[in-house]
Write a protein that binds this ligand. Sequence first.
Ligand code: FAD
Length: 466
Amino acid sequence: MTSVVWFRKDLRLADNKALINASQTTERLLFVFHINPKQLLDKNSLNQAAFFKAVSNFREELIKQGITLNILYGDLETSFKKLKAKVAFTDIYFNVAEQGFGKERDDTMRQFFIKELDVRVHLTQDGYLHGAQDILKKDGHPYQKFTPYFSRWQGKVPQPVITYKLSQQQLIKTDYFPMNLPYLEALTKTKNSAIEQLAFGHTQALVRLTDFIQNQLADYVKNREIPYLDASSHLSRFLRTGEISIREVYQKIAELPASESKDAFIRQLAWRDFYNMVAANHPQAKTVSIKARFDQLAWENDADAFSRWKNGTTGFPLIDAAMRELKTTGFMHNRLRMVVASFLTKDLLIDWRFGEQYFQEQLIDYDSANNIGNWQWVASTGVDSMPYFRIFNPLSQSKKYDAQGIYIKRYVRELNELPVEFIHWPAGMTTAEQKKYNFDLKNDYFLPIIDHNFARKRALDVYKKV
Ligand code: FAD
């Protein structure tokens, strides 16, 4: 009996449910990863390059252990038909997607395997501590609010990490599709050198987790909101590729002594489960506001304003620093994701879908459920979202979370020579002050794109109308 293990966002051997399931029940195993051209983004996408670098790294790690990952490329059904023509497999194992494009694909492919290829399908939920259907209200309906969801979530113990060993005799070592390797290679290419410096793989993810536990977790509550301290775990990019299992992350944190920071971190992991559940229950949420009336909002959608937001040239130093961090590194601190998303939707009145799409291209931790859920939260259009009248003030956020302007100066270099009193709002400098510091707002930096007080009132009016 020969089985295929189809890897997707679970790029690891350790604690991989589909793989464990397959290895315990089958004689011969063949590993595959499928590249679907229909799913590909623009070739300049940092998200995409980082994802395929993780795939490529996984393949190389497997080779070191004498294991082959066959790369399929092209139309899904044709690719698996070609595979079946080469290897007469009877079973296929994969960790199922519960929402988004992945769910549609899995629903279709499940039928295809059974009906067209006469192959048995074995599905497992591996990507979340609790799957989309696991935490429901007593009446069986999904939760709309995070707080009650979280109390129920806390009452359920996640499955433990499973350790196991693959037998070399089980593994099929032939690479049936070497002609597809150049496609994979091409997808890892990007002009952005920051990505070249990233390390990938389960070992790296563990190094990150261990370092976080030893050096940052104790002060997570105190420091996590301060962008220049960069005190969060940075595990998101490993979680979205599945280079580390969520159960392994949870277990290593859960076994630590009780602390406020430990609780706060685990709560963040619950948000991840929550948004997976929300996405599963709102399959159209990438294109439709969950609170449908907000699709009547009179957005301005000014193309020039959108471009200035993306390029970090709005004249609001904190916004510009955050957007430049995103563009150069593919990452942005959580607090700043909220601030820039609020600025785009409420100050500039640009539809949240444009921002969500841009984040999809840029974020190396891009995860559709998290991104859409959080964008709709900030835009006040989603489940349990921020009330529409809560609008972040970019200036107060800047003074509160980057008091000394350390973060701003890291990315908005043209403000490096300004004293702290002007760093948050250079537009407030008089002509004499500009002269004194040899700084010309218009030529050395940017005039503010908008007046926040005007923008706030305008947003309130527009939101109130719906
Ligand atoms: P930590 O603070 O160390 O948190 C640990 C883990 O908890 C994260 O890795 C993540 O898996 C989860 N988590 C933390 N915060 C959230 C949250 N608000 N929602 C869901 N899960 C969370 N996160 C993504 O993983 N992918 C995205 O595409 C994404 N887009 C976002 C867009 C916006 C507008 C906003 C406001 C937030 C977005 N987030 C997204 C959530 C959050 O910003 C990131 O998960 C976090 O910054 C990643 O850094 P970290 O791993 O160091 O987080």
